[in-house]
Design a protein around this ligand. Structure first.
Ligand code: ATP
Ligand code: MG
Length: 473
């Protein structure tokens, strides 16, 4: 098969010329080849090249031929070089032959042929190469019949799965990631081998595991990958809190829903409406504290009181363990988890403006994402209930919009800051400042005090008297 016509990017010609003049046998390999054959469109491509010789030399020579001066980045310990050019990443490696020791991911590397290099790749569909050599430019080199595995939608390792996975246990995560992204089946022998080798994931750094997990979460139907992670017990190796969600307990006629499968549904639902990985993480974590908050109330059934608050509190620790960023992204997830029941309350009771203002204040600019989360959280199998919940949330959205247009609460700050409070009452930062600040915020949101400086100061002076503080004037 010749794939010449797919090599439209001018970089291929440049690389072919360099390969020819320096007599370096060169190929395009991996995901780029696979995605051509799958006709898969991606918004960003990274292309991998392999040559029989030094990948670094090839990269240096290629960069000299480009119109602009481009820096070549080296990852010398792996003999890899990377060029970032016209918004694309091109990676160059020398063909390698690898063998591994049992206790380390660090392979013993030797130079090898293109065939050696294809042997050490993770899956047959990722081991295909296209020649950039003048004798057969464009020819598909597919030693493991990757093309037929593409047709049958199969994830399969080129060599024995036990060797492939135990050499580099990250490949188990990758098998599931590709299965989820491409909606492919993992071949039986491979699947058993993953189950058998799951514990070896412990030698892989959490950063790399999480990178694959995030790719699973961004696939079109993340539940495919998450179910596989659970069933193979890979999930148990790095995310026990999520495993804990699974299971149903029954007492008499009372049973609660399985929170693991519910969470997967919520994730699939939200994925249809967002590309925002942190919103997807909020869906993943929204019920994470349910196992700890589970109680049985006689004659009433199962309850999970407070799971939203405890869940919010669990977010920083989970982010830290999974090596997710501990910045405003984490705060955002924490906020959405903590607030995820609030719109439900607003839809049930006779709602006061003040309750709506409070939610707008607490959610700020993330209010739309919070509503998206709540809508994804509807997983009832009863169509009448679903219709009612959707209608209720529409109403909540409408009320939120009306109040926001009227009162502009989203990014609202009380007219008096903490510093000003300290000055007026001549006090140090501490408990009293908090009390005054909160009572002012509440009073304004409840509509008891006007949203302006003078009225606020008057109110606070009264409040200060109540807690025995003197003002500075
Ligand atoms: P993506 O579309 O996510 O970029 P990809 O197949 O290009 O998919 P990369 O992680 O970019 O995946 O890796 C490029 C290629 O390198 C793969 O196609 C595969 O041939 C090889 N590869 C990557 N990681 C491994 C690994 N852990 N073990 C063996 N081969 C690997
Ligand atoms: Mg790639």
């Amino acid at each position: 098969m010749n794939l010449n016509k797919h090599l439209t990017n001018p970089i291929f010609k440049i690389i072919a010329e360099v390969a020819e003049s320096s007599k370096l046998e060169t190929y395009v390999v991996g995901g780029f080849v696979r995605d051509i054959l799958l006709k898969r469109k991606k918004n960003k491509t990274d292309i991998d090249f392999v040559c029989v010789g030094s990948g670094i030399d090839l990269a240096k020579q290629v960069s000299k031929k480009l119109e602009k001066k481009i820096d070549v980045k080296y990852f010398n310990n792996f003999g890899t070089a990377m060029i970032h050019y016209n918004k694309e990443d091109y990676e160059f490696v020398g063909a390698r032959k690898e063998s591994y020791r049992s206790n380390s991911r660090k392979p013993i590397v030797e130079n090898g042929t293109i065939q050696d290099d294809q042997n050490r790749r993770d899956f047959t569909i990722n081991a295909m190469a296209i020649s950039l050599n003048s004798s057969n430019y464009g020819k598909l080199i597919d030693p493991f019949a990757g093309i037929s595995d593409l047709e049958t939608k199969t994830i399969k390792t080129p060599l024995s799965p036990d060797i492939t996975y135990s050499d580099d246990p990250l490949r188990m995560m990758r098998a599931i990631r590709f299965s989820s992204e491409l909606n492919f089946e993992i071949e039986n022998e491979s699947y058993s081998s993953i189950c058998k080798n799951a514990e070896r994931l412990s030698i892989i750094s959490q950063e790399r595991i999480t990178e694959e997990l995030n790719k699973i979460l961004l696939s079109e139907k993340p539940s495919i990958g998450l179910k596989l992670l659970f069933n193979t017990k890979l999930l148990h190796q790095f995310f026990p809190e999520m495993v804990e969600l699974q299971g149903v307990e029954e007492r008499g006629k009372f049973a609660h829903k399985d929170n693991f499968y519910h969470t997967l549904e919520v994730i699939d639902n939200i994925r249809k409406n967002t590309d925002n990985i942190w919103l997807i993480w909020s869906a993943l974590l929204h019920d994470i504290a349910k196992p700890q908050c589970k109680r049985f109330e006689e004659g009433h059934g199962w309850t999970f009181h407070g799971h939203e608050f405890l869940g919010g509190k669990m977010v920083p620790r989970i982010f830290k363990t999974l090596k997710l960023p501990l910045n405003e992204k984490m705060k955002y997830v924490k906020k959405l988890v903590t607030l995820h029941l609030r719109p439900i309350v607003l839809s049930q009771d006779i709602v006061t403006d003040s309750a709506i203002r409070r939610l707008l204040f607490d959610a700020g600019d993330d209010i739309d994402d919070l509503m998206t989360l709540c809508e994804a959280d509807i997983t009832s199998k009863n169509p009448k209930k679903v219709a009612r919940y959707i209608k209720n949330f529409k109403l909540v959205r409408k009320k939120l919009k009306e109040i926001e247009e009227k009162d502009h609460i989203r990014n609202w700050k009380p007219p008096i800051s903490g510093e000003e409070i300290m000055e007026i009452f001549n006090i140090e930062a501490g408990r009293e400042v908090g009390i005054l600040k909160n009572s002012l915020k509440d009073a304004i949101l409840d509509g008891k005090v006007k949203n302006e400086k003078e009225a606020s100061i008057e109110f606070m002076k009264l409040k200060a008297k109540e807690i025995n503080l003197k003002s500075n004037d």
